[in-house]
Design a binder for this molecule. Structure first.
Ligand code: ADP
Ligand code: NA
Length: 344
């Protein structure tokens, strides 16, 4: 049996949005009460895209602090959990190389995120963007993490992580046993994709997920939006003309309603059905102001705390270096064991 441990990460690519918060960061904070957790700012992932996406050398540090500040503002306790920056622990890249040699080209060729992010010009995508999932597997398995809270979009990458762990365990089974480990060296980590907001959609287009890179500012609520901006974005959110369905009618075929009800549910810690009990039959002109008010109530304190923290970069940097030291203790031990298993 593996010791239970949580790992997850967010890329420092700016524009942190409500999907990142409800699908990931809010869950991170909740899980700290049940597991020891490592929460990483994954800058090595960010640089798989062009420098303009992550702010270039002048902007990366600020984007990194922004994600760390969001973790802290969401209530993750840096004294009891590990908050750190990926590039400060070089073993992530080292284990990723090993996993590049474990994973198969065919496995990576099936990854839909690469196809979406590379777009039509695949020849011009970075090799790093293609290998992104092997680095993600390394992030998780470097700490032999057993649980990974993520949004729905990361499900396929988690399956690949399990495949890599399994293949490593099989390929090196004899050596793993000779080195004194029972059965397997790596756990097969489980995704934790739960709650009413695992896939928050764009406010402008119910068929696209809310994303940092959408060209329309009205497609997403970013964590640092002020109250007026939040209200305006929700007021302008695309919806159909029907009132909200009753609990019995349900949300099937009502993509935009489903998205907004999911947001309301996630922010009020209720189920979608429970929200429909209250608002079923109401017009969007009634529901949207209630949603806006709730969003401001939940997001404004986080935004304020993020602003306070990012105005004090020294404190955030100190938390990140302290976290990197704690992460490195685990990472060094695991890489020493992995090295012995592989025969380095
Ligand atoms: P993005 O996908 O916005 O560029 P990241 O890749 O850094 O952000 O993802 C950070 C976390 O946020 C991941 O766990 C991801 O699954 C989650 N996430 C991203 N977008 C959404 C969304 N629209 N709804 C729910 N969760 C999301
Ligand atoms: Na993502």
């Amino acid at each position: 049996a593996f010791e239970q441990r949580v790992f997850s990460g967010v890329q420092p690519t700016g524009n942190l949005h409500l999907g990142n918060y409800l699908g990931a960061i809010k869950r991170f904070a909740e899980l700290q009460h049940d597991y020891p957790c490592l929460y990483c700012v994954v800058d090595l992932h960010a640089i798989t895209q062009p420098p303009s996406v992550w702010g270039g050398p002048e902007g990366l540090a600020a984007n990194t602090r922004e994600v760390a500040a969001a973790y802290l503002a969401a209530g993750i306790d840096p004294k009891t959990q590990i908050i750190f920056n990926q590039s400060q622990v070089p073993q992530h890249a080292e284990l990723a190389w090993l996993f590049n040699c474990v994973a198969r080209m065919g496995w990576l060729n099936r990854m839909t995120q690469f196809k979406e992010k590379a777009g039509k010009d695949k020849e011009n995508a970075s090799v790093g963007l293609f290998a992104y999932p092997t680095l993600m597997a390394a992030d998780i398995l470097l700490y032999r993490a057993t649980h990974v809270p993520v949004g729905d979009d990361q499900k396929q990458h988690l399956e690949l992580t399990r495949d890599i762990a399994q293949k490593f365990n099989n390929d090196f089974a004899g050596s793993i046993a000779r080195n004194g480990f029972e059965d397997a060296y790596f756990p097969l980590p489980e995704p934790l994709i739960t709650g009413p907001a695992t896939r928050v959609m764009s406010l402008r287009d119910g068929s696209k997920k809310m994303s940092k890179s959408d060209p329309s500012d009205y497609s997403r609520i970013v964590l640092t939006d002020d109250a007026d901006t939040i209200a305006k974005k929700i007021r302008k959110a695309k919806t159909d003309p029907e009132p909200l369905p009753s609990e019995a009618e349900g949300l099937a075929g009502r993509a935009e309603a489903e998205n907004l009800v999911g947001l309301f549910a996630a922010m009020s810690d209720r189920s979608r059905d429970d929200v429909l009990k209250e608002y079923g039959g109401s017009a969007f002109s009634v529901f949207k102001p209630a949603l806006a008010e709730l969003t401001v109530e939940k997001i404004a304190p986080i935004a304020d705390e993020m602003r306070r923290l990012t105005a004090d970069p020294g404190t955030v940097d100190a938390i990140l270096s302290d976290g990197a030291e704690k992460a490195a203790v685990i990472a060094e031990k695991v890489m020493a064991e992995v090295g012995a298993i592989v025969g380095f």
